[in-house]
Write a protein that binds this ligand. Structure first.
Ligand code: NOJ
Length: 519
């Protein structure tokens, strides 16, 4: 197929509670997103991935779902969703929903029934045992919680308020696939599958073998709690369902991802794509230099190209410190531009996280302000994920134009200068840079679809070619803070970005970015 939206386009992640509040309750909502669609269309994105907006008691801020087929009243109603979808489609923007199906909320009717007694029809919809094994929850503590009502423990890979469903039960499988059908029938274009490779656990629930690590969760090889072979037929069934509609898409959030693992879950009868998180290392240290980046890129290129799988690129999301917070010094955006250029010019589908286009930074919270469960548990060693979830900074009015009320999380103190309106007015801003680069990527087949050829640059420079049948584009990024000579490969090269025109100069200024086309 010549153009595929999910392969050639750009997907923009919205964390609905922080994007735009239309009701004045300090929480973003669906009508708020609809009101901002023109901005998103103007940015040039092809699809929106919406983090969960379903009814939820918010034990994990929406990633604990009480009902898969409805909208939480705080975010609107189903009619608001239909309107958002129709208005997005009218602008050529697709909608991707977040399906969190490894677990439900403990408030979901299924779990409420399941926990009533040991014999009810929903008992086996969750994983109940007399005794725990040694599995650990990703958010701390054991992965099992004792329920006094029936004297058994239930499994939860995240918080105790997120019981894992039993995907081995055919009724569960049906019910979950029905949720996909519900949203497909409403016209959604795709799904992001939360920790999909954890759906199936080993049927005997053996202990995981130990390994060295910091926290309990990291001190185990996750052999039996994730990546079980039964996932493959389920992916096939899901793919058949998606393929019964035109151009539908599924991207998996690969839990404990490696590129090798990711490609094993993708293909014509599996997922379209899965995240490999090559640039978002959740280690305490974030190396950020051309040698490290190139090594990551080349490694993933080899694995994805050999497997014939299309990669995704992620620099930021709702679980990680934002790229600008990781790489920039203070309010200087030079390194954010480098990260943005990588995101938009590597081979693979870029996922842009709301606010990344204006270089939003993480907020810092006092301990008493932390809302995120793992942050509350592990402070001060880990401060949780609230930092990257602060309200979108639209303008310099109180609450940054996000809400007329008190935002659920504080707005970043830099909002008065770092906001969409201010950057619209400044042609040199990161917002204009991003918009121009998106437009160039869209208009340049080599950039959205071409092959990737690494180049050997001098220290401090990351350079590569993107090549299609008809074009070759040179991407040259000087990560260093000094001038560097970097003669282009043989031939004649015309600069196409940041401003088109002129021969490629053969050298790069401090932290300079140049894209040039072979003529
Ligand atoms: C991954 C999601 O991205 C994260 O936000 C969530 O807490 C866990 N899965 C549990 O659903």
């Amino acid at each position: 197929m010549t153009h595929l939206w999910w392969r050639d386009g750009i997907i923009y992640q919205i964390y609905p509670r922080s994007f735009q509040d239309s009701a004045g309750d300090g929480l973003g909502d669906l009508p708020g997103i609809t009101a901002r669609l023109d901005y998103l269309a103007g940015l040039g994105v092809d699809a929106l991935w919406l983090s969960p907006f379903y009814p939820s008691p918010d034990a994990d801020f929406g990633y604990d779902i009480r009902d898969y087929c409805d909208v939480d009243p705080r975010f609107g109603r189903l009619a608001d969703f239909d309107r958002l979808l129709a208005e997005a489609h009218r602008r050529g923007i697709r909608i991707v929903l977040d399906m969190v199906m490894n677990h439900t909320s403990d408030q979901h009717a299924w779990f409420q029934e399941s926990r009533l007694d040991r014999t009810n029809p929903k008992r086996d919809w969750y994983i109940w045992r007399d005794r725990p094994n040694n599995w650990q929850a990703a958010f701390g503590g054991r992965a099992w919680t004792f329920d006094p009502q029936t004297g058994q423990v239930y499994l939860h890979l995240f918080t105790p308020r997120q019981p894992d469903v039993n995907w081995r039960n055919p009724a569960v499988r049906q019910a979950q696939l029905d949720a996909f059908r519900f949203w497909l029938a409403r016209g959604v274009d795709g799904f992001r599958l939360d920790v999909f490779n954890a759906f199936f656990k080993h049927p005997d629930l053996p202990d995981n073998p130990p390994k060295l690590g910091l926290r309990g969760f990291d001190r185990q090889h996750h052999l039996y709690d994730i990546d079980q072979p039964e996932m493959m037929p389920l992916l096939q069934e899901l793919r058949t369902l998606l393929d019964s509609y035109p151009e539908r898409y599924a991207v998996g959030e690969t839990y404990l991802a490696t590129p090798e693992k990711v490609v094993s879950y993708c293909g014509p009868d599996k997922l379209h794509a899965a995240f490999s998180f090559d640039f978002t290392s959740t280690n305490l240290v974030y190396p950020w230099n051309p040698a490290w980046a190139l090594q990551k890129i080349v490694a993933r290129e080899q694995i994805f190209t050999a497997a014939g799988i299309w990669p995704t690129t992620v620099m930021s999301n709702h679980d990680l410190p934002r790229a600008a917070s990781r790489y920039c010094r203070g309010e200087d955006d030079a390194q954010a531009r480098l990260a943005m250029t990588l995101l938009l010019t590597l081979r693979g589908t870029p996922f842009l996280y709301y606010g990344e286009e204006i270089g939003m930074r993480d907020i810092r919270l006092r301990r008493s302000e932390i809302l995120d469960p793992p942050g509350r548990k592990y402070w001060p060693f880990y401060k949780g994920r609230d930092g990257c979830r602060s309200p979108m900074q639209w303008d310099d009015t109180p609450a940054a134009g996000f809400s007329s009320g008190t935002p659920w999380l504080p707005v970043h103190p830099n909002w008065a200068t770092r906001n969409v309106a201010a950057q619209e007015a400044d042609p040199e801003s990161l917002l204009h840079f991003t918009r121009r680069l998106i437009a160039l990527r869209r208009a340049t087949p080599a950039l959205h679809g071409g092959s990737f050829v690494p180049l050997h640059g001098p220290a401090g420079v990351l350079a590569y070619l993107r090549r299609s049948e008809e074009q070759t584009i040179l991407v040259a990024l000087n990560f260093s803070r000094r001038d560097v000579r970097f003669p282009p490969p043989e031939g004649s090269w015309q600069v196409v970005f940041p401003v088109a025109g002129g021969d490629y100069p053969g050298q790069l200024g401090p932290q300079e970015i140049l894209l040039a086309a072979k003529v």
